[in-house]
Design a protein. Structure first.
Length: 152
């Protein structure tokens, strides 16, 4: 009986490595077109991946748009809860998920209206309380050129 207890205590940290281990989250942002025409909606597609080996819990996406555009809408998977600026306003958007399994990816689509000519930039950052030994892929941004007319 005592030996079994010792064995269980030895195995516990190994088993818990699966639930409280490390999860390499990664995020990437892509634009649906570039350049875009002033006043014409387009999309930023934000892809969030968990490269494992463990499940990532309490995952938070923070997404910031610079001053040359406004948020219009967001399409996210059912288990992601988003707090976004009012449509037609600028600011920062936050989406959270209770967990993202190892090896899984999700895609969130942001609809954006370019409001000033110049460079539009969307920056995404992903975090989780689960340790992530590769922080280099936790932030990404995409630049998009806003032109006044298609013939410019
Ligand atoms: Ca990472
Ligand atoms: Ca681009």
């Amino acid at each position: 009986m005592k030996n079994h207890l010792v064995l269980a205590l030895l195995l516990l940290p190994a088993l818990c490595g699966l639930c409280y281990g490390e999860a390499d989250l990664a995020v990437s942002v892509a634009d649906s077109q570039d350049p875009v025409v002033l006043g014409t909606n387009f999309n930023y597609v934000v892809t969030i991946s968990n490269n494992g080996p463990s499940v990532a819990t309490s995952v938070i996406l923070n997404d910031v748009l610079n001053a040359n555009g406004t948020f219009q809408a967001i399409a996210a998977p059912e288990d992601w809860k988003c707090t976004s600026p009012q449509p037609g306003t600028q600011g920062s958007l936050t989406c959270t998920a209770e967990h993202l399994d190892s090896g899984k990816s999700v895609t969130l689509t942001l609809t954006i209206k370019p409001t000033s000519a110049g460079m539009l930039t969307d920056t995404a950052n992903i975090t989780s309380p689960v340790p992530d030994t590769n922080q280099a892929n936790n932030t990404d941004y995409e630049d998009t050129t806003v032109i006044v007319s298609p013939t410019q």
